[in-house]
Design a protein around this ligand. Structure first.
Ligand code: URA
Length: 245
């Protein structure tokens, strides 16, 4: 059992850690204007459940789906291009950005498919592309390898291309996916990359190569460990979501 003094010291340490993380996040936010970190209370508490290693597969999927629904709405809001004014039932005017359906969602298979589903729940008729990239687990760098690409032939005609992958670790797969979409004729400033957990290394890698891309993320974690997993992170997202651990 933990004594009250130990409990107090533990909670103080946790608060200090959280504060340090907030400082890292806000310095990245001021350095990169195209970085959109979501700071809602709902997201933070869903993250607690996701990251708990004791969460069962059913619990992980339940909380991930709830979190991704919020993230999907925010990522779609970032795809809006048209300001409009409507009349309300009280005869007054109300202005804002109109939801945009001229968007292509590109999933980095397999983990990206879970976020793709959340986006399609919000907006079912969007065009979809798929990219399969896997880390080469036999090399130290875990360098990404592109296995498969299927994009809509006129992908460059959409207002925005939303690339989805829950974990932004080294940025290797993300940059490869962005490069693939650019080669298909899409403008860099029309690309939005959405993820559940990012880390400073991945964010820096994307903006170093593609400064005009927008990143929408539900969390920025501390760092990568020697196995290139995000810390504190949540482990392997795909394995936990699809129960293949
Ligand atoms: N992919 C994951 O699923 N988890 C990480 O921490 C990094 C990459």
């Amino acid at each position: 059992t933990t004594s009250p003094t130990e409990a107090l010291a533990k909670s103080k340490l946790a608060k200090q850690k959280e504060k340090r993380q907030r400082t890292i996040t806000s310095s990245l936010e001021s350095m990169y204007p195209n970085l959109d970190v979501l700071h809602m209370k709902s997201i933070k508490s869903l993250h607690v459940m996701l990251r708990d290693k004791r969460s069962s597969h059913a619990q992980f999927k339940h909380y991930a789906d709830r979190l991704m629904r919020i993230l999907a709405e925010e990522a779609l809001a970032a795809c809006a291009v048209e300001r409009c004014t409507v009349w309300t039932a009280t005869g007054a005017e109300y202005s804002g950005m109109r939801p945009n359906n001229n968007v292509c969602v590109v999933s980095i298979v397999r983990a990206g498919d879970s976020l793709l589903d959340a986006v399609l729940h919000c907006s079912p008729n969007l065009a979809v592309g798929k990219i399969l990239i896997q880390r080469n687990e036999t090399t130290v760098e875990k360098s990404p390898v592109l296995f498969y690409t299927k994009l809509p032939p006129r992908i460059a005609t959409y207002d925005r291309v939303l690339i989805v992958d829950p974990m932004l670790a080294t940025g290797g797969s993300a940059n490869m996916a962005i490069q693939t979409v650019l080669q298909a004729g899409v403008e860099e400033s029309n690309i939005i990359f959405a993820n559940v957990v990012a880390c400073p290394e991945g964010i820096r890698a994307i903006f170093a190569a593609h400064p005009n891309v927008t990143i929408v993320t539900a969390a920025v974690d501390q760092e990568l460990n020697e196995s290139k997993y995000i810390v504190p992170g949540l482990g392997d997202y795909g394995d936990r979501y699809y129960d293949t651990t």
